[in-house]
Ligand binder design. Structure first.
Ligand code: NAD
Ligand code: UGA
Length: 451
């Protein structure tokens, strides 16, 4: 199938790569010419395990046939060549709800370009009701465009795997006769279970998408809240998690207490859904609680450090802290809404210096914290042991595998005060204690240093 995908970010790029791998002819386009040039030069602008190999293979040409995957900044031309157009542009938060400017820009480019019959599938996460609005827009212009909601459920860090073997694929359409043959054919190689390709109305697909994110975020806020009580009562949240999640009705996934949820989606989609509820006279009690707990939770890790080290004025002058992890979760270079950002901001604003290391997100963090780096309040270093050289304490914000079995002896030699603030509960408290560390996990009793 000839496909164009507007937006070459995490979603657009991964969708393009995975559809090309199944034999489709895909043009992934973006207004960001620098990004398109990078891609055409074989550089992958985002880190996602397995992605580079697929892109390299699908861009390769035998000199005769067009490769399955191409990149272009000519959006109109790409749209013209395709029977199916995906829109995968960003829908960033504008505080309360989401900013649909990029979506409307992409859609108006399509409207200016197409005259023949075309399916436009919306992958961007949008407030329920948006696809119907877009359909009305094309109808008013007398365009033969069919708008379909096809929300994306990929999980960063496992994006290739979750795209190739999705739990479900939702196609929201009011034009089943036109849409079903196209999507049945396209998604057949991705259907891993009978019934996992589901047709419904656009609003149902859109609401399923944001409802799923809200449900997952609520579970995390719930376990984080229970973790705070566990900590006070001297219970271990990891044992409590198993105690709760072993109930088949509950399950063990998305029950890890931590430094609060981050990423580009939960923090923007939950408030967006709450706003939409209010507009429709539904009080979003659950969603508000989810958001409120997360706001507080993101301060738990930095405040453990502040409480342990600050002076009478609440300052951390002269203190230096190591930080392992800048990404919002492991296996990604994405730092959007990462809890690590709260650690950096809270500690540096009180006078501390941070030495941070992340296996993949260092570059994005350097750009984000440009000013702090210039003023030498933040140093981003090249390895995890360099980050703890001469520090008063170490904060762990991301659960990268490479942090899970450190050489504690090497750590002790480097740290001024052997204190670990573990936002991800990576270590067995017994082993940390045997190695003479003070240890402050989340939702588990703290361990004071052996005298
Ligand atoms: P992103 O910011 O990584 O990428 C968006 C891309 O769109 C950028 O490269 C930008 O230059 C491009 N763009 C913006 N306006 C454009 C236009 N008019 N024409 C062409 N290109 C344009 O965003 P993302 O993380 O890929 O997310 C995209 C959408 O998918 C969002 O709505 C998001 O909520 C949703 N989503 C994201 C994920 C995820 O894990 N990142 C998962 C599911 C859904
Ligand atoms: C999430 C959803 O899982 C995807 O299904 C969805 O497509 C995507 O949002 C989206 O709409 O963009 P993602 O943000 O990539 O995916 O990452 P998650 O693995 O869901 O983690 C989100 C945040 O929750 C991270 O900060 C993570 O550390 C945190 N988390 C996750 C916990 O604190 N505890 C857990 O048990 C699980």
């Amino acid at each position: 199938m000839d496909i164009s995908i507007i937006g070459a970010g995490y979603v657009g790029l991964i969708t393009a790569a995975c559809l090309a791998e199944k034999g489709n002819c895909v043009i992934n386009c973006d207004i960001d010419e620098k990004r398109i040039n990078m891609l055409n030069n074989g550089e992958i602008p985002v880190y996602e395990p397995g992605l580079e190999d697929i892109i390299t293979m699908q861009m390769a040409t035998d000199g005769v046939n067009t490769p399955n995957l191409r990149f272009s900044s000519n959006i109109a031309e790409s749209v013209k060549q395709s029977e199916l157009v995906y829109v995968a542009v960003g829908t960033p938060s504008n505080g309360e709800t989401v900013d649909l400017t990029y979506l409307w820009e992409a859609v108006s480019t399509i409207a200016r370009t197409v005259n023949d019959k075309k399916i436009v599938a919306i992958k961007s996460t949008v407030p329920p009701g948006t696809s119907d609005k877009l359909q009305r827009y094309f109808n008013t212009l007398d365009k033969k465009v069919i708008v379909v909601s096809n929300p994306e459920f990929l999980v960063e860090g496992k994006a290739v795997e979750s795209t190739k073997k999705p739990d479900r694929i939702l196609v929201g359409t009011n034009h089943l006769g036109d849409a079903k043959p196209v999507f049945d054919e396209l998604y057949n190689p991705f259907v891993v279970r009978e019934g996992s390709l589901m047709y419904m109305s656009p609003i149902e697909a859109e609401l399923s998408k944001v409802g799923a994110n809200a449900m997952l975020a609520a579970r995390i806020s719930m376990i984080n809240e229970i973790a705070m009580l566990a900590e006070r009562l001297g219970a271990d949240i990891l044992k409590v998690r198993r105690g709760i999640g072993s109930d088949k009705r509950i399950g063990l996934q998305y029950l890890f207490a931590g430094p609060g949820f981050g990423g580009s989606c939960f923090p923007k989609d939950v408030p967006m859904l709450a706003k939409l509820m209010q507009e429709n006279d539904v009080m979003p009690y659950m969603l508000k609680a989810t958001i409120d707990r997360n706001k507080v939770q993101k301060k738990v890790l930095p405040y453990k450090i502040i409480k342990r080290f600050c002076d009478k004025e609440g300052r951390l002058d002269e203190k230096v802290f190591g930080l392992w992890g800048l990404a919002f979760k492991a296996d990604t270079d994405d730092i959007r809404e990462s809890p690590a950002l709260d650690v950096v901001e809270e500690l540096t604003k009180r006078g501390a210096v941070i030495q941070a290391y992340d296996p993949k997100a260092g570059k994005n963090a350097s750009e984000y914290f440009n000013e702090l780096i210039k003023s030498e309040r933040l140093k981003i270093v090249d390895n995890m042991y360099q980050a703890i050289e001469g520090v008063d304490g170490l904060a762990i914000a991301t659960e990268w595998d490479s942090f899970k079995s450190p050489n504690f002896g090497r750590m002790l030699e480097r740290m001024r005060t052997p204190t670990i603030f573990d936002g991800r509960n990576l270590f067995d408290p017994r082993i940390v204690k045997e190695n003479y560390f003070e240890y402050y996990p989340i939702g588990r009793p703290a361990i004071a240093a052996e005298k």
